[in-house]
Structures are given as C-alpha cells and as structure tokens.
Design a protein around this ligand. Structure first.
Ligand code: NAI
Length: 220
C-alpha cells in the first residue's frame, strides 16, 4: 500500500505510538506484544495491528514488536530521522515560549527568530538572536529553510504566510487564529489551544453522560 492511501486518522495516531515506544525504550523494554501495548495505550490490540499493518506490520507472530525497531521505523515514517531547520516569525509571548522549547529532540531546530519590533532585535532566546524581518527573505534562501512557525497577530498572518510561500517555505506551523490560503504545495498545520480548551469545556459539561471511550482517547 502506498503512503498516499494511509488515512489521516492513522497518521494522527502515529505520534502517540512514537511517544509510548520512546517511554518503553527509556525503561529498557526490548519487546512488547500488541496486547501489552494496547493495555498501556488504552486502545485495542487490533487497532494497533491494523494501524501498523498500513506500513507493513513490523510485528512477528509470537514475538510481538521490537521496541527500538518500531520506534525508529515510526520515526522514519514521521520524517523525524532528518533534522529540519525551522524559523519562528513573531517573537512575542508565544513565539519566545516556542523558541525556548526543545523541539530538537524530534528533529526540528530553531535557527532563526524574526520580528518587526526593534526593541527585540538582538535578544537571544535559547541561543538564537531575534532578527528584524527585513533580513527574512535572505535568511530563508541562505539557510534553505522549508519550515516556519507563525506567531504573529492575526491581521498580519495571511500576508506573511503568502510571502513565506514565495520565498520557498513549504510547511507552516500556524498559531495565528486565522485560516491561511496558500497553494497545495504548502502544508499548514494549525494549532489552536483555545479550541482544545473548548472541547475540554464540553467534556467537563457533559461528564458522566457518555463513557470516555478508547476512541476519544486516541483522538486527543
Ligand atoms: P504578542 O503580541 O506577544 O507577539 C506577537 C509578535 O508579533 C510581536 O512581537 C510583534 O512585534 C510581532 N509582529 C507583528 N507583526 C509582525 C510582522 N509583520 N512580522 C514579524 N513579526 C511581527 O502575541 P502572542 O501572545 O505571542 O500571540 C501571537 C499570535 O499567536 C497571535 O496571533 C495570537 O492570537 C496567537 N496565539 C495563538 C494561540 C494558539 O493556541 N494558537 C495561543 C496564544 C496566542
């Protein structure tokens, strides 16, 4: 089966497998059966087998999964085996908080942070100096950057995203609360913490009315 046919629901579940397998590795667990993994992850063993069969299985009858191998393979499927240099546009509260976080461990290295506020120029966040946006185009070209994080005010987000596209950015991790209209060549992943909070609010309001299912666990 080609990767193009993999459902987005399966892709969304892969990071959770990756995280659990990483924890098992840290605890020196060498192999695990789909049953044991299913108990830990609170999903059914058949769901795990079905998900992993999309990529050729990885398990062996009677042995289960080799934790390190499966962790590495899922990492490769997710593209985490190569380092991606990343830039952050908008060095305010959120931009700086993200710049301070260690995304290197999953292969994303922040090498540039940009803003329009001259008071921020030269300020280092986790060793990376904030630069003014007028150097952005050249920086993207010089460093062959393909991934940008967008943490600018909503009003500026669309036009900046368009510019980033023309300068060669191919993936945008968008935190601005607006939909970006870009060509299909650019992958956009929107992150909206308040939407997550709204669903938490819903769950709180409706708590006890519905059983918390395996399915909702996996959709988190
Ligand atoms: P902030 O005001 O602290 O930071 C915004 C920064 O963007 C400022 O430093 C400003 O100078 C800079 N900026 C403005 N225009 C720019 C441009 N043309 N080029 C480069 N930089 C520019 O705001 P905060 O709290 O950091 O929020 C940033 C964005 O993230 C906002 O759109 C906000 O709504 C959004 N946000 C999203 C969240 C989410 O869960 N998706 C959570 C919190 C904020």
């Amino acid at each position: 089966m080609s990767e193009r046919e993999i459902s987005s629901a399966v892709i969304r579940r892969l990071p959770r497998y990756y995280r659990y397998l990483g924890e098992l590795l840290e605890n020196n667990v060498v192999r695990i059966s789909s049953k044991e993994l299913s108990i830990r992850m609170k999903v059914t063993a058949s769901q795990i087998r079905q998900d992993l069969n999309n990529f050729g299985g990885f398990g062996q009858q009677g042995y289960g999964y080799n934790v390190e191998y499966l962790h590495d393979e899922i990492g490769k499927i997710l593209g985490l085996d190569a380092t991606q240099n990343m830039i952050i546009i908008g060095a305010g509260n959120l931009g700086q908080a993200l710049a301070n976080y260690d995304f290197d461990r999953i292969g994303f290295k922040v090498i540039g942070i940009f803003d329009i506020n001259p008071r921020l120029e030269g300020l280092a966040v986790r060793g990376v100096e904030i630069q003014m946006v007028d150097t952005l185009e050249q920086f993207i070209k010089d460093h062959e950057i393909h991934v940008a994080t967008l943490t600018v005010p909503k009003k500026q987000a669309r036009s900046i995203a368009k510019q980033l596209e023309t300068w060669g950015i191919r993936a945008i991790w968008n935190f601005a609360p607006t939909d970006l209209h870009l060509s299909e060549d650019v992958c956009v992943k929107n992150v909206h913490l308040d939407e997550s909070l709204m669903t938490l609010s819903y769950n709180l309001r409706h708590r006890g009315k519905e059983k918390y299912s395996y399915k909702s666990y996996m959709e988190d």
